[in-house]
Write a protein that binds this ligand. Structure first.
Ligand code: GLY
Length: 603
């Protein structure tokens, strides 16, 4: 496996504006199936955060499977070798571009149980965030298996059971714990120790965490995967798994029931499509906030020539990006939630509204008074504003994988159990670690979650509701409707801004996908009013294999000083998101994994 590094000369064609609207979008790339060539490219490509998962995807493609099959196989392997980030106890969002030009957005986000009332995490009049992050109340009904089965039933070509082979084998035979697995086991050992199955599988007999390189064997998980391979998702949602899981959760104070499981459905969502620099950028709609806020920020950036701006002054470039981020995240905190439960105003994407949002942008100073906007046709009195601030750590969570096949099927899929090892609860006898996605709800207006995100009414807990996500699987199509770039990231709210910056670096700054992913990033999420920047030290750059020559916009001390002089409160961050992507140049695909993690890409 290797990653080649080539300069991608982006086509900055100022093409005619393509139609978009939200939520009922018209995608203009749908093509007559007969006009679709048998193959679009001469190769396949895949990128994930783990070599075994990338290998599993490439093996499936070699065998004649398509990108849908390969992405499922890769996601299953990630759940075994990278279980602190994702797994079948969690959820996923998959954006799919089919070879015939159709787009699908499959929502495998978790749902709250029927007994999940808004004050479920309140004790003695105060929210107890421990309850939404660790233990039996922290989980929603997992959605990943349902989403993958929906993808496979509609578009897979290899048998469902075949897609499980690598994951089952690795779970059974064991794998060497990666650096990030070992790091998260060490960080979460105390919490994992509270639950006997987690302790038995993930910790040593004396309670110590496994170290990097030590072998993790997961026989129960192998058995569970084999059952799902043989019996499909019904076994998980309506059979033995749901029964055993709910009985165990009830015994330790949980609320999920077999009915919650049997009611779970992965859903088709309508993607958000937006013209940008002559391309169509396709994003994932609510319950993700990613597609909408990326679309907002691209619209805010549209009037500016980013190539000229960054070339003349990276400080001016990053300042502009930071100001867009603040405004988008201020909107996120008030307006975004599960659109099946609340009205997410479509006018958040109104061009006039977004110009107005940037009307007070200043080239000479950072704005300090940003608040949510009020998009057209919305009564703000109905939606309380969100306030509060907190710091959040730059932890790595979640995982983004991507696969493209030679026929033109592309998959961008972000999977998560939320924070490392989810709820820390492994269901005994199953090997499955359950998510702690309930923490992605607003626990109470103004109370920040594990990522320091504040939210309000729109994202409050309700039975059956899906918590707001930042996951941002994204696709870029050219004017013929053919895919040119796909990307997405891990890292909580950093996902949105990392994905935005990969898009800008490829579409505006003309960088190859691997340079775009490796390049320095910034992150602002409105609250706290702090601009995080990836440390520009030579040491950090060399860890990411990024030389100054390769990243002309590297954030060194001069850039930090410049941003501070504009009034930004700058903090140094080790990394801001872990991204994966694929780019097509003519008939060749190029995959790139993030050098911030120990992943692999192949093409
Ligand atoms: N659990 C992280 C996210 O969905 O944004």
């Amino acid at each position: 496996m290797f990653v080649s590094r080539r300069q991608f000369v982006s086509q900055l064609a100022a093409g005619a504006s393509l139609a978009w609207c939200f939520p009922s979008v018209t995608l203009s790339m749908a093509q007559d199936r007969r006009s679709v060539p048998r193959t679009l490219t001469t190769n396949h490509a895949a990128a994930t955060v783990h070599p075994s998962a990338t290998q599993a995807a490439m093996d499936i493609l070699q065998e004649g499977g398509n990108a849908i099959d390969a992405s499922i196989a890769a996601a299953l392997v990630l759940g075994v070798v990278d279980g602190h980030n994702s797994g079948i106890g969690g959820g996923c969002l998959a954006l799919i571009r089919l070879a015939d030009g159709r787009m699908r957005a499959i929502d495998g986000r978790e749902t709250a149980g029927a007994a999940a009332v808004p004050d479920i995490f309140v004790r003695n009049g105060k929210v107890d965030p421990q309850l939404s992050q660790t233990g039996p109340l922290a989980s929603g009904v997992p959605g990943q298996i349902a989403a993958m089965q929906r993808m496979h039933q509609a578009h897979g070509v290899l048998p469902w059971s075949r897609l499980f082979a690598a994951a089952v084998r690795i779970a059974e035979e064991g794998h060497a714990a990666s650096r990030s697995t070992a790091r998260t086991l060490a960080a979460e050992a105390d919490n994992l120790n509270r639950f006997p199955a987690s302790r038995g599988v993930l910790l040593k007999s004396n309670g110590d965490p496994l170290r990097e390189g030590e072998i993790v064997i997961q026989r129960d998980l192998a058995r569970t995967l084999r059952h799902i391979a043989d019996h499909g998702s019904r076994w998980f949602y309506e059979g033995e798994f749901a029964k055993v899981t709910c009985e165990y959760l009830a015994s330790i104070g949980g609320i999920l029931t077999p009915t919650d499981f049997s009611r779970y459905q992965a859903l088709d969502r309508t993607p958000i499509a937006r013209e940008y620099r002559g391309y169509q950028v396709i994003g994932f709609p609510p319950p993700s906030s990613g597609g909408l806020h990326i679309a907002q920020m691209l619209e805010m950036l549209r009037p500016y020539s980013l190539a000229t701006r960054f070339a003349e002054s990276p400080v001016a470039g990053y300042h502009l990006l930071a100001e867009c981020m603040k405004r988008a995240f201020a909107d996120r905190a008030s307006w975004l939630g599960d659109s099946d439960y609340v009205n997410v105003p479509p006018t958040l994407l109104d061009v006039g509204y977004l110009r107005e949002r940037m009307a007070d942008f200043s080239e000479t100073h950072a704005s300090t008074q940003i608040d949510r906007g009020v998009p057209p046709h919305v009564d703000p009195a109905n939606v309380p504003n969100a306030h509060a601030a907190t710091e959040s750590e730059d932890r790595k969570h979640t995982t983004h994988l991507t696969v493209a096949d030679a026929w033109g099927n592309w998959v961008a899929m972000t999977c998560t159990v939320n924070t490392s090892w989810g709820s820390k609860v492994m269901v005994p006898g199953t090997g499955v670690v359950l998510n702690n996605e309930m923490d992605d709800f607003s626990l109470a207006p103004g109370t920040p979650n594990a990522f320091g995100l504040v939210g309000s009414f729109a994202n409050k807990v309700a039975p059956g509701k899906r918590p707001l996500s930042s996951m941002s699987p994204t696709m870029v199509l050219d004017q013929q409707g053919l895919p040119v770039v796909t990307c997405g990231a891990a890292g909580g709210p950093r996902i949105i801004n990392a994905t935005l910056q990969v898009l800008i670096r490829t579409l505006d700054l003309g960088q190859s996908i691997d340079d775009a992913i490796a390049g320095s990033r910034i992150h602002h999420q409105w609250r706290p009013d702090t601009l995080s920047v990836e440390n520009g030290s030579a040491e950090k750059r060399s860890e990411r294999n990024v030389s100054l020559a390769r990243d002309p916009f590297a954030i060194g001390p001069d850039v930090v000083e410049g941003l501070e002089a504009l009034g930004h409160t700058v903090r140094s961050a080790e990394f801001l998101g872990i991204a994966q992507g694929i780019q097509r140049q003519g008939d060749r695909l190029f995959a790139a994994h993030d050098p911030r993690a120990q992943g692999a890409s192949a093409h």
